[in-house]
Design a protein around this ligand. Structure first.
Ligand code: ASN
Length: 605
């Protein structure tokens, strides 16, 4: 996850903060009224010691970044930058175009950061988090949305804790989800709703326990994390269907009110019914309005007005709606139901029956369809815990963290994806790292177990995870010359993290040892074979000097400019001449002729 070292013992991660608006970054004017002042948040954050440590920032390559002071329990040092919307938005004024802007901002910077924080007003925060959860497809990094009831700069404020917590999560944990951090709790974004307008615990997730809590320690429930089940790269889906609506049923509602909600051009309606999905099914006028809309292919999703609990098919009236073609929304929040409809309806590749089917699926962990069989009681860990007479949750937790990585490693060694799948079922976190920071994916790449690589990547294991020696799974694949695995990793977002000078040094070492195959692996992984070292010399300079014609032969087609000069003003051919390597001079001349044919102006001096 981290990108480099900031001169301290911790590795650093980069987080991109997007301030959209809301109370969190406001200040009070002379009359005591909260207002937003453009370009002020970053300036002020720089003066708050708990939010920024200039000494650390000075040690980094990008001094303009803000740096979070060291936090005990957080493995990485978080460096961050901040952009803000112009104008800053009151969240009650937001809509589709604002969600699209937020998604675009994440998409634009996706490859350059390890995580994202969105600072947002609390009023419609749950809508934005739900919408982004669907729009950011195949997300592989944390996007943490937060806000506050009181501004960061006030003496009494929830803003600072929410901001710092969100930054820590975005920079330290590979949770491939849109999350909401609020009131010391980490929620799945598409499960949240605003439940309180004056408590510091304004946002809650009524139907799903928090994914994490930040107290004295940061506790993440890795078993709850929703990891994707496919191997597709991150993409943005920005086209949303705007003709969706929320219709709350109330006693005595008239058919004309319902018809007004359901009429053209509406394409989807979230029907908020009573209790477990109950609707006045005896009201033929209302049933007709629904029937007629469904006939016109309007998709209607039934969710409950209750803030907790779910719509089931067991209630008689809910069943009548089901027969009519209304889709049960189970425990979707109104925000997630609305967002999911806007997303699903905008997918041109699905026809209406397919859209209806997709509405029933859990795409981002937004709904619970039926009770999943719990393996808790007689599961593997329980069995061992009982045998060892362990009783406390902490003891079991400790046992899991020693036990599972070893089992996962042995499954990878055997190339057994069934075993990996079973272990995942039993609660093993396949993305866990050992004390050297190495993950199962490192091992699978090193051992060349392609099936395990695909399985782990498709289970959401981060491809750019660094071990203690700053090596990623890509390095393992390079060092074993496994080109197929290199390609799979690259397709799934892997990038070579080495600085250009480090790459140049490595190329020199490979040249000295005549390792052409390794060079090709390195190139496939994204290395630039023409990089120069501190003396301005490229691998081609060294190969010419050493007289290694196999390497020269390999390198030449990759050099658009084989005449490149080092700091002494020497081109590769000068070294070949000085060392009297006649065959290499011939190779260079041959390339010279090739290039001259392509571009008559280019020439060796
Ligand atoms: N009205 C504000 C907003 O949602 C409320 C807040 O941020 N606490 O933008």
């Amino acid at each position: 996850m981290p990108a480099g070292k900031c001169g301290c013992t911790k590795y650093e991660t980069r987080v991109h903060v997007i301030y959209v608006g809301g109370t969190i970054g406001m200040i009070r004017n002379e009359s005591g009224v909260l207002t937003t002042v453009p370009k002020m948040l970053e300036k002020k954050l720089r003066d708050i010691p708990s939010c920024h440590d200039q000494t650390v920032a000075n040690k980094t390559d990008e001094k303009c970044l803000l740096a979070l002071p060291a936090v005990s329990g957080a493995p990485y040092r978080v460096l961050y930058d901040l952009v803000e919307f112009d104008p800053l938005l009151e969240s009650s004024c937001m809509g589709f175009s604002d969600w699209q802007r937020m998604a675009h901002e994440v998409g634009k910077k996706y490859n350059s950061y390890d995580g994202f924080v969105i600072l947002h007003g609390t009023d419609t925060l749950a809508y934005s988090a739900s919408m982004l959860a669907f729009m950011l497809e195949n997300l592989n990094k944390p996007v943490v949305v937060t806000g506050a009831q009181l501004p960061i700069f006030e003496a009494r404020s929830d803003g600072r804790d929410n901001f710092l917590g969100a930054l820590l999560v975005a920079g330290n944990y590979n949770i491939p989800e849109v999350l909401v951090f609020f009131g010391n709790k980490l929620f799945r974004g598409c499960r949240t709703t605003k439940l309180n307008s004056d408590s510091f615990h304004a946002i809650d997730s009524p139907n799903l326990p928090p994914l994490g809590r930040v107290g004295v320690n940061i506790e993440i429930n890795s078993r709850q994390i929703f990891r994707p089940c496919n191997v597709k790269p991150f993409s943005l889906h920005c086209a949303l269907e705007k003709n969706v609506a929320l219709l709350r049923i109330y006693p005595g509602i008239t058919a004309s009110v319902m018809q007004a909600f359901l009429k053209e051009p509406i394409k989807g309606v979230v029907l908020q019914t009573y209790g477990a999905g109950n609707f006045p099914v005896g009201r033929e006028d209302l049933m007709d309005a629904l029937r007629e809309a469904i006939h016109r292919c309007v998709i209607i999703v039934n969710i409950s007005q209750c803030s907790a609990g779910m719509v089931t098919n067991t209630s008689e009236t809910g069943n009548e709606l089901l027969k009519l073609g209304v889709i049960p929304g189970y425990d979707l929040t109104q925000e997630a139901a609305f967002a999911k409809l806007a997303y699903v309806l905008s997918k041109p590749e699905w026809d209406v029956p397919n859209k209806k089917k997709v509405m029933l699926l859990s795409l981002r962990g937004e709904l619970t369809t039926n009770k999943v069989a719990k393996i808790n009681d007689i599961d593997l860990i329980e069995g061992v815990a009982r045998t060892l007479h362990m009783s406390t949750a902490v003891e079991k937790q400790q046992m899991c963290s020693t036990f599972y990585p070893a089992l996962v490693a042995s499954a990878v060694t055997e190339g057994d994806t069934h075993k990996l799948s079973d272990l995942k079922q039993y609660g093993a976190n396949l993305c866990d790292t050992n004390c050297d920071g190495r993950s199962a994916l490192h091992l699978a790449c090193f051992l060349g177990k392609m099936n395990c690589v695909c399985f782990l990547v498709s289970s959401g294991c981060p491809v750019n995870v660094h071990d203690r020696f700053n090596r990623t799974p890509l390095h393992e694949a390079i060092d074993t010359d496994n080109h197929e695995i290199i390609k799979v990793l690259l397709k799934n977002g892997a990038t070579l993290n080495d600085q250009p000078l480090v790459q140049a040094e490595l190329l020199r070492a490979l040249t000295e040892r005549g390792k052409v195959k390794r060079m090709e692996s390195f190139r496939l992984a994204g290395a630039d074979l023409t990089l120069a070292d501190r003396t301005g010399r490229t691998a081609l300079h060294y190969a010419c000097q050493l007289g290694n014609h196999e390497v020269v032969d390999y390198l030449l087609p990759h050099y658009e400019n084989p005449y490149v000069k080092d700091e002494l003003g020497m081109a590769p051919i000068d070294y070949a001449k000085a060392a009297n390597h006649a065959h290499i001079i011939t190779l260079l001349r041959f390339r010279e002729n090739e290039l001259a044919e392509q571009d008559p102006c280019a020439c060796l001096n």
